[in-house]
Write a new protein. Structure first.
Length: 237
């Protein structure tokens, strides 16, 4: 797969030539203020942003933010896992669209397969109690409707993908919540935001995720999610 024609983000001069206002909001608002807010680390902001861009197949910005992520502590292996994870949560097409931009970054930095997670690594321990509860609930609801979905939700997602050690459970949850918000999958946020907080994401960090991602997914997507987020926060007090 060729990476020679990977599109790149426009320069600030190019943005200014089209919209001086967009350039101002970018430099003063997004870069100068939002990225500097202390409630979420720069590394976490990179993960949230990359997840949103991959989820929405926004390839023009992906290479720049893959680079930014690597510069701020996200490893090549973690980026690899994020793309893999999002194949299941936003579709194979969106994950495959991210291959060329990420490969271009890996090629430029000399990252080879030895630095990436194995296809079939030794998995993290399974939380048997909580997984049994989840599986029983899903089977009860949907076994008669779509038994294949129920099977692969258990076999591929919760007994394999979520146990891959290349991405910490907290970060995997952060990716998932970001992607669900970006794709306005509001009905799934309750489960995954609770899971994220069980995996170590604090209330303050979770709140800031939605502030940050509003700039990359648009206000309507975030405003649609906030009632669910409010209910999750209230249920955990």
């Amino acid at each position: 797969m060729s990476t020679s024609n990977v599109s790149s983000a426009p320069s600030m001069d190019e943005i200014r030539a089209v919209s001086p206002a967009l350039a101002r909001y970018t430099t003063e608002g997004l870069v100068g203020e939002v990225w500097a807010r202390p409630e979420l680390s720069t590394r976490d902001r990179c993960i949230v942003t990359v997840a949103a861009l991959v989820a929405k197949a926004q390839t023009t910005l992906q290479r720049a933010y893959f680079e930014k992520a690597l510069d701020n502590g996200v490893t090549p292996g973690e980026l690899s896992e994020i793309v893999t994870h999002l194949a299941f949560y936003t579709g194979w097409g969106n994950a495959l669209a991210a291959v060329a931009p990420l490969k271009a970054v890996f090629d430029a930095r000399g990252v080879d397969q030895d630095a990436l997670p194995a296809a079939s690594p030794t998995l993290l321990p399974l939380d048997e109690v909580n997984e049994s509860k989840r599986a029983t609930t899903v089977q009860g609801l949907f076994r008669e409707v779509a038994p294949g979905v129920v099977k692969y939700t258990t076999d591929f997602l919760f007994r394999d993908l979520w146990l891959r050690p290349g991405l910490a459970p907290r970060d995997r949850s952060l990716v998932t919540v970001s992607a669900l918000t970006a794709t306005t999958q509001v009905a799934q946020i309750t489960f995954h935001l609770n899971r994220a907080m069980d995996n170590g994401l604090t209330k303050a960090e979770a709140s800031e995720v939605f502030t940050h991602i509003a700039f990359y997914t648009g206000w309507p997507a975030v405003m649609s999610a906030l009632p669910v987020v409010k209910d999750v926060f209230a249920s955990r007090t």
